[in-house]
Design a binder for this molecule. Structure first.
Ligand code: NAD
Ligand code: TYD
Length: 354
């Protein structure tokens, strides 16, 4: 069995669903169910004995210790985090608590558990830390893509807190010998993505006849990967990655934000046209830029391809089409997520644009 943290969030829930679709190894899923956690994502596992859901905080050391003792997992896959850059700008405290202090407490519990395993259990155990390309900072137009050897230059409270957790994970390997793996992935798109992020937000706003906010000039570049490809990369790193190593994960899909928004508008024109027959791109609105907005991210995924033989199955075009179709087919999910606390926050943050 494996212990997954943050398995009710966007990537974590996709990972749990993919994991149990591929094999019968059970999952204990520890998630605090913040605004970003949603048990509806896992509704298909409600009566599945292979999935044990525990609501709780990764920072609760005694709870984590109890879970490790009770379920004896062979690995921890650590997704739980505060993950939205805009939220980290407005309120960094939660990011420090969960991403840094929470990861530290999880590592402490993992270390205590691992120390007591027999030699074979110790050698087989893995702590896989899921991180982001944002720890490397921002690239200039002609800079080479981020390699694992790039210097860490985080620019937002979010990326700084993830960078701190990456350093702690590294230190637990070097100091205590804990068999850790770290993955640094580019931006994901796909099902169950909370609509405060770019792609689900544009799809949701377009259909709700709202403005499509493009920060600044819209020419910031992100490197996109379909979420199922991120999940397959994590499975591969867990199975064959070398302890102590880090692996960059990406789809070689650098796109300017405005191009992504235009692609989404064109797909929606085709799949779910506006009642008045006019193009969705008319709803695009340029709004104030994000403070300290990183200009460009790009991932060199050469190491994971060479060393572990992983490659993404989707192109940007095939992945984003699946994403758009999923949102069009799951409007109840979107309606539930966009009500309540999430809505209140969006109103405060984005006013008329939301
Ligand atoms: P998300 O915000 O959708 O989900 C985070 C999950 O963690 C939620 O279910 C939330 O309830 C849970 N959580 C938050 N604080 C917790 C705590 N203290 N204890 C237990 N659970 C807690 O995030 P995501 O987009 O799925 O990202 C998952 C991981 O992948 C994060 O570590 C993130 O940094 C990393 N990542 C994300 C992307 C991306 O494009 N979304 C890209 C690269 C890496
Ligand atoms: P986001 O999805 O928040 O991910 P991240 O900041 O982790 O890359 O944003 C992706 C890009 O889209 C980022 O450059 C900010 C921009 N953006 C907009 O232009 N409009 C929006 O409404 C949002 C949420 C993001």
């Amino acid at each position: 069995m494996i212990l997954v943290t943050g398995g009710a969030g966007f990537i974590g829930s996709n990972f749990v669903l993919d994991w149990l679709a591929a094999a019968d190894e059970p999952v204990v899923n520890l998630d605090a169910l913040t605004y970003a956690g949603n048990l509806e994502n896992l509704a298909s596992l409600r009566d599945d004995p292979r999935h044990v859901f525990v609501r709780g905080d990764i920072g609760d050391g005694s709870l984590v210790a109890q879970l490790l003792h009770r379920y004896q997992p062979r690995a921890i896959v650590h997704f739980a985090a505060e993950s939205h850059v805009d939220r980290s700008i407005h309120g960094p405290e939660d990011f420090i608590q969960t991403n840094i202090v929470g990861s530290f407490r999880l590592l402490e519990a993992a270390r205590a558990y691992w120390r007591r395993l027999d030699d074979a259990g110790k050698a087989a155990f893995r702590f896989l830390h899921v991180s982001t390309d944002e720890v490397y900072g921002s690239l200039g137009k002609d800079d080479p893509a981020f390699a694992e050897t790039n210097r860490y230059e985080p620019n937002s409270p979010y990326s700084a807190s993830k960078a701190a957790s990456d350093h702690l994970v590294r230190a637990y390997h070097h100091t205590y010998g804990l068999p850790v793996l770290t993955t640094n992935c580019s931006n994901n798109d796909g099902p169950y993505h909370c609509p405060d992020k770019l792609i689900p937000r544009i799809i949701h706003n377009a259909r709700a006849e709202k403005l499509l906010p493009s920060y600044g000039d819209g020419q910031q570049i992100r490197d996109w990967l379909y979420v199922a490809d991120h999940c397959s990369a994590i499975r591969r790193v867990l199975a064959a990655g070398r302890p102590g190593e880090t692996y960059n994960i990406g789809g070689w899909n650098e796109k300017a934000n405005l191009d992504v928004v235009h692609t989404l508008c064109a797909m929606l024109d085709e799949l779910s046209p506006r009642a008045d027959g006019r193009p969705y791109r008319e709803q695009i609105s340029f709004v104030a830029d994000r403070p300290g907005h990183d200009r460009r991210y790009a991932i060199d995924a050469g190491k994971i391809e060479r060393e572990l033989g992983w490659k993404p199955a989707e192109t940007f075009a095939s992945g984003i089409r699946k994403t758009v179709r999923w949102y069009l087919d799951h409007q109840d999910w979107v309606a539930n997520v966009t009500s309540g606390a999430y809505r209140e926050w969006v109103g405060k943050q984005y006013g008329a644009c939301s």
